[in-house]
Every structure is written in structure tokens, then in C-alpha cells.
Design a binder for this molecule. Structure first.
Ligand SMILES: Cc1ncc(COP(=O)(O)O)c(C=O)c1O
Length: 481
């Protein structure tokens, strides 16, 4: 397109024009600056070349047909997800109201990631309501515009202290923390090679992908494979990204040994502690804290939406790393900040769990009781060293049917976990016991599962072992430290 711009009596030449005449001086259609100034009185005019005739396919009449077909594909593949309409009630968690087709009904929730029930803790609820009354609702903009509120600054200080790091940066979710955090970090390291665990969460995979850097995937928790790849990478900068607790199998990373390798081969480390913060370590900083290796990790990522019971995500690390992400990460720069009330509630939750081990101990106790009860009932539970208790079904339809029966017949809510969240053939019910589940809840859960397994003719574990033996971490869970 050729631009022919003329000023309306302005004595100053517009900058864009000056540039155009300088660079395009050879083009006879461009006017010189002097000629332009001489023709001040004429109006601005854009001259476009005649458009090329473009052949266009007739617009489809029914766009919704594409979407119907996409959903039909999911249904045919038995991957279509339906949601249960639940109403959580502060003060009575894990009970909730299920708005069933027949009307409201009380049920017990066994699959929440509000792992410790902090979403209804009086100190957290009070912090949120007080902050909303004081500061109003929204943040008022991105952090660069007007979204940096005092409660967010306080929260970041609290998180940096939690992880013993110089600084922390809060995002609108754990997903965004990984996606924009990993991609920004890796982009800022020239010629960076990312080494990523094969079972990393989608948010980390997206972060790796969006960095545009070279990546290699090491087999899940496989130290020998990781070392082989580190060796092959040579002297170039390297970033290892991995999780501490893997949320579907409930297994844990060999964090200490990964740190050893990272130090030996000069790699930077990035750990996702989303399923560990609040629950592990003396102050709830996660599995790395529990193992005494937190100071050896370069960047720790966590969520405020699971054990802390609120919403948001963060990274913590050296001040220079955090400052660089703050300055370059699009997912941070271009998104409205967390509301002050959410930040205040998260701060209250983090502060509480730093000094209160009661919730962690309560959770561990109930987890052990559930595992013991399921083993006694011969249910096919995956042995895990964590709070995540997967009961294996191995078929998408059967898994959905078991979940439906538990809800409808027994008033127990456990969402089925199907492909692509887990590989096909490993469909499961993922149970997350918490400190607010009682002995009576556990008894009811076990009976309901046994009834469901019998009614649907699902396989029991068939292991005639003593509970002591069966509790040993199996196969790939051997890395627990
Ligand atoms: C390992 C892992 N990382 C990150 C996230 C995202 O965290 P958030 O739910 O705060 O977005 C999840 C969510 O389940 C997760 O499982």
C-alpha cells in the first residue's frame, strides 16, 4: 500500500512521513518533505492499490456444526466430561449440596484439591471478607497499570519467606505461573536446553513449548536417563523442569538426586510443588522443604488454589530471576492482578499453615486410615507415599459408571479420571482424604466402594497380603525419599 499523506497547515512534518520519504526516496510516488510542506492545505488521503480479486469459498451456513462434531468426537471416544453441580458450604466441608436432577441433596466430597479444608478456615474467610469490605472487589488493572495492591505485596513477601527465597511473584493461577514463568525464564537464557519430566503437567508442557527453546523429555523420574541427556547436552545452559508430587499417580520425584545432577552438570532447576505446598515440610513449603533441599532449587512454583484453599499461583527464587520474569512475562504483564481480597485470604492461609501443623497431621492420619481401609477391603488401590489415593478401574465407561453410582446411590462424590488426564486403560477414581473426613466418612466410603465394585463387577485387587506388606510403595513409587 502506498501512503500519500498531507499536512493540514502543520509546519512540522509528521514522523511517519519523514521516515517514509527517507527510506523510500527512490519511489517516484513518494513526495519529498519539501513538497509535502508546500501542500499543507489538502486533506489526509490514503491511496490503496485496487484489491486483487480473491476467490473465496462460500461461507458455511452452520458454524455450530463444527463444534457439534468436535463434541461428538469426544463422546465417541468416551472422553466427554460432565460436571457435577455442587454447592460447597463453609463450616460443613467435606459435605456439600449436590444440585441433582431430582433436586438438592447432601453428599460427601472425596476428591477435592482443597486438600486441608483451608477454603473454609475461619481466618481465611475472615481475611477475604474484611479485605473485600476495605478494598472492594477487583484489582483495578494489571500490575503495571493499577493492580499492585498492598495485599499482593504482602503475599509475595510471605511466599518468599515460606520458601526461604529472596523474592516471589504472584500470578492469577498456578497454570499461568508455569506457562509464562517457564517460557520467560528459558527464553532469557541464550541457547537454553530444557529437560522436562515425561509426566509434567500440561501447564509446564505449554511453558516449555512457548519458550521456543530446544527441549528433551526424560522418562518419568528416571535419573539415569536424565543424566544421559545432561551429559549429551555438553556445556550449553540447561533448565530441568519437574514436579515434586505427581497428582495422578501420587508418586514423588527424587528431588535430592535431581539437585545432585543439576549441580554436577551445571543446570538450573525449576520445581512445581503445586500438590505439596501447605501439606509437606515443617512450615508447609512443600516436599523440598521436608527433604531439606529447598535451598538447592533455583525456582519453586506453587499454587494458592489447592492446599491454601484460595486461588492464584506463584514462583519464588533469587531476586534477579523474579525481577526478570516480572519484567518480561506476558502472562504476568498483560493480565489483571488478583483481587486484594484473594491475596489477603491467601496470605492468611499461608501464614496459618506456616505455624500450624495440625491440618497436615490430620490429613496424614486420615490418608493412612483410608489406605488401610481400602487395603482391608481388597480394593485395587495404587500404593502411594502421598495424600493421593488412586483406586484403579482401567476402563473409561466403568470409571464413569462407578462415579455415577457412588454419587447417586451413596451420596459420595469422586470425579472419574479418564484420558487424556491419565493414559487409556488406567482410568481411576482419585481419592484425596483430608483432615475433615471423619472415621464415619471413611467407613461409609469403604462400604460404598465395595458395593459399587460388586454391583459393576469390577476387579478387586486379589492380593491376599497383610496390610503391612501392601503398604510398601510399589514399582515406580520407589523413588520416595
Ligand atoms: C502439577 C500442576 N501444576 C499446575 C497446576 C495448575 O495450578 P492451578 O490450578 O493453580 O492453575 C495444576 C493443576 O491441577 C497441577 O496439577
Amino acid at each position: 500500500m502506498v501512503l500519500e499523506r498531507q499536512c493540514h497547515g502543520n509546519t512540522q512534518l509528521p514522523r511517519c512521513w519523514a521516515k517514509l520519504t527517507e527510506t523510500d526516496g527512490a519511489d517516484s510516488r513518494c513526495e519529498t518533505a519539501a513538497a509535502l510542506l508546500a501542500r499543507r492545505s489538502a486533506p489526509l488521503r490514503v491511496v490503496k492499490p485496487a484489491p486483487e480479486p480473491i476467490w473465496k469459498a462460500p461461507a458455511p451456513k452452520n458454524y455450530t456444526g463444527y463444534f457439534d462434531a468436535a463434541v461428538a468426537r469426544l463422546k465417541a471416544e468416551r472422553r466427554y466430561r460432565s460436571f457435577v453441580d455442587l454447592e460447597r458450604m463453609a463450616g460443613s466441608f467435606p459435605s456439600a449440596i449436590w444440585h441433582s436432577p431430582q433436586g438438592p441433596r447432601e453428599v460427601t466430597v472425596w476428591c477435592s484439591n482443597d486438600y486441608l479444608g483451608m477454603g473454609q478456615h475461619p481466618a481465611v474467610v475472615e481475611a477475604m471478607t474484611r479485605a473485600a469490605a476495605r478494598h472492594g472487589t477487583g484489582a483495578g488493572g494489571t500490575r503495571n497499570i493499577s493492580g499492585t495492591s498492598h495485599p499482593i505485596v504482602e503475599l509475595e513477601a510471605e511466599l518468599a519467606d515460606l520458601h526461604g527465597e529472596e523474592a516471589a511473584l504472584v500470578f492469577t493461577s498456578g497454570y499461568v505461573s508455569n506457562q509464562t514463568g517457564i517460557s520467560t525464564l528459558a527464553k532469557l537464557i541464550p541457547n537454553c536446553l530444557i529437560l522436562s519430566d515425561a509426566l509434567n503437567h500440561n501447564s509446564m508442557i505449554e511453558g516449555v513449548r512457548q519458550s521456543g527453546c530446544d527441549k528433551v523429555v526424560f522418562s518419568h523420574n528416571d535419573l539415569a536417563h536424565l543424566e544421559e541427556l545432561l551429559q549429551a547436552a555438553g556445556e550449553r545452559p540447561k533448565l530441568i523442569v519437574f514436579e515434586s508430587v505427581y497428582s495422578m499417580d501420587g508418586d514423588v520425584a527424587p528431588i535430592r538426586q535431581i539437585c545432585d545432577l543439576a549441580e554436577r552438570y551445571g543446570a538450573m532447576t525449576y520445581i512445581d510443588e503445586v500438590h505439596a505446598v501447605g501439606m509437606y515440610g515443617p512450615r508447609g513449603a512443600g516436599l523440598a522443604e521436608r527433604l531439606g533441599v529447598m535451598h538447592r532449587i533455583d525456582v519453586i512454583e506453587g499454587t494458592l488454589g489447592k492446599a491454601f484453599g484460595v486461588m492464584g499461583g506463584y514462583i519464588a527464587g533469587a531476586a534477579s530471576v523474579i525481577d526478570a520474569v516480572r519484567s518480561y512475562a506476558p502472562g504476568f504483564i498483560f493480565s489483571t492482578a488478583l483481587p486484594p481480597s484473594v491475596a489477603a485470604a491467601a496470605t492468611a492461609s499461608v501464614r496459618h499453615l506456616k505455624t500450624s501443623p495440625a491440618e497436615r497431621q490430620g490429613q496424614q492420619c486420615q490418608v493412612a486410615q483410608v489406605k488401610d481401609a481400602l487395603i482391608r477391603a481388597d480394593l485395587p488401590m495404587l500404593a502411594t507415599p502421598t495424600h493421593i489415593v488412586p483406586v484403579m478401574v482401567g476402563d473409561a465407561e466403568a470409571c464413569k459408571a462407578a462415579s455415577d453410582r457412588l454419587l447417586e446411590k451413596h451420596g459420595i462424590y469422586i470425579q472419574p479420571i479418564n484420558y487424556p488426564t491419565v493414559p487409556r486403560g488406567t482410568e481411576r477414581l482419585r481419592i484425596t482424604p483430608g483432615p475433615l473426613h471423619t472415621g464415619a466418612h471413611i467407613e461409609a466410603l469403604t462400604q460404598a466402594l465395595v458395593e459399587t465394585w460388586k454391583a459393576l463387577d469390577l476387579p478387586f485387587s486379589g492380593l491376599a497380603l497383610e496390610p503391612q506388606e501392601r503398604m510398601q510403595p510399589a514399582g515406580k513409587m520407589r523413588h520416595s525419599q
